[in-house]
Ligand binder design. Structure first.
Ligand SMILES: [Fe+2]
Ligand SMILES: [Fe+2]
Length: 289
């Protein structure tokens, strides 16, 4: 039975589920495959390692600081664990880059004060980033652009991100319920505003990380190997399918992030309603003539 959002049973469920599904491991101990040079070159061609590593390290610092402000010991333990996992993502990326001798510039970490809003903006940004990550990963797996051993490690990180966004959305709804914010419309508007702030925050961070050596171009290099020949419709379909598969692995009594999958489904519906593109109409005619 699903506990009432905002109840102690709800708090215990989302915190304990998160803690109980944590896997202890160290990045160095994972079964990293030996990569042929062409795979290392492809990894090296991705433009976002520097940004991704600094995002994880920054998240570790921000969440660890935020967790110290939490009065509820059950929530605090879970938030501390999320901070630890983000830090481990940073160490895992670092280990991968060192192991395969991929040199990317370090981005200096900030030492800005941390507010509750930072944690909320980060939580909503993870909802969007994870969805894009699910799509990118599912395409990489479908196209087999990396050996299975490496894809398994990436999948593990993405599942941890799926756990993070489920934990976050339950925490946010729990807090909203405690604050008496029971209007679904007001809550959706608030969540949408946070999503917009999150996208702007990510864009600013990406620009900051791209100061050296060149402007960040997420469509170039390795990303092109994943996205080549993939239409927006195909990307949305595969990302939605992967998102559903990830969410199916998490306790069904917990709330799920809804806004990003909803917007993606709406966009997909719109794309499916568009008339076939001119070139696809022409092609059968050309064959027939
Ligand atoms: Fe992470
Ligand atoms: Fe995360």
């Amino acid at each position: 039975m699903k506990p009432r959002v905002g109840s102690i049973a709800h708090r215990d469920l989302f915190c304990k589920t998160f803690i109980e599904t944590h896997l202890p491991f160290e990045p160095e101990g994972l079964p990293w495959p030996k990569l042929e040079p062409r795979y290392v070159d492809l990894l090296r061609a991705f433009p976002f390692w520097s940004f991704a590593r600094s995002m994880e390290q920054e998240a570790d610092r921000m969440i660890a600081t935020f967790s110290k402000t939490l009065a509820d010991p059950v929530i605090r333990e879970a938030v501390e664990l999320q901070g630890y996992e983000e830090g481990r993502h940073g160490r895992l990326l670092n280990h991968m880059l060192e192991r395969y001798e991929i040199d990317v510039p370090s981005v200096p970490l900030s030492n800005l004060p941390v507010t509750r809003d930072d944690f909320v903006v980060f939580g909503f940004s993870e909802c969007t980033d994870s969805f894009v990550g699910f799509g990118g990963f599912a395409l990489a797996r479908q196209k087999q652009i990396f050996p299975k051993g490496l894809l398994d490690i990436f999948e593990h990180i993405l599942f941890e991100e799926a756990r993070h966004i489920v934990f976050f959305i339950n925490w946010w709804r729990y807090e909203e319920a405690l604050a008496g914010n029971t209007s679904a419309i007001a809550r959706t508007v608030s969540a949408l505003k946070y999503h917009v702030r999150a996208v702007m925050h990510t864009a600013q961070g990406a620009q900051g990380a791209a100061v050296v050596p060149a402007p960040l171009d997420l469509t170039g290099g390795g990303s092109q190997a994943i996205l080549e020949g993939v239409s927006p419709k195909m990307f949305l379909e595969i990302a939605l399918a992967e998102e559903r598969a990830m969410m199916a692995r998490i306790d069904p009594r917990l709330l799920r992030p809804r806004i990003v999958p909803f917007l993606a489904s709406a966009a997909l519906l719109g794309l499916r309603m568009l008339p076939p593109r001119a070139e696809t109409l022409k092609r059968p005619l050309a064959v027939a003539s």
